[in-house]
Design a binder for this molecule. Structure first.
Ligand code: 5GP
Ligand code: ZN
Length: 113
């Protein structure tokens, strides 16, 4: 998708801080870190959100998550990790290429609610 920010990241047209990559999935640090290590996980195949996510892309996307989560845990040593996914502008989706937020949690004052 030519006007998609995350496709531009995948194409290397917009720089990103890579956390993980395989043939089907890319993970990178969110430009606006809610907490240290806030990571976005996306399929390389452009899907807008959960409503047009096909089974194969969903399986590949979620299959990568435990490895990425373990990497974040090892690198940032958080106490816990929230995973969230916004679908539709009413639900606060602002980039329409599906992505999972992996948000490390440190303590009650780490800035995330
Ligand atoms: P959403 O609100 O759609 O669930 O999340 C979109 C996320 O993408 C936001 O947390 C925002 O900070 C992040 N984001 C938007 N543009 C860029 C960018 O160019 N680079 C990176 N790394 N993150 C971005
Ligand atoms: Zn895209």
């Amino acid at each position: 998708m030519s006007d998609c920010i995350f496709c531009k990241i995948l194409d290397g047209d917009i720089p990103s801080a890579k956390v993980y990559e395989d043939d089907d999935v890319y993970a990178f640090l969110d430009i606006s870190q809610v907490t240290e290590g806030h990571t976005l996980v996306i399929p390389k195949n452009h899907c807008e959100n959960v409503y047009d996510l096909d089974d194969d892309t969903a399986a590949k996307l979620f299959k990568a998550v435990p490895t990425i989560a373990r990497g974040i845990k090892a690198a940032f040593k958080p106490e816990g990790l929230n995973m969230l996914n916004n679908n539709g502008s009413f639900a606060d989706q602002s980039v329409f290429h599906i992505h999972l937020h992996l948000i490390p949690r440190y303590d009650e004052s780490d800035g995330f609610k």
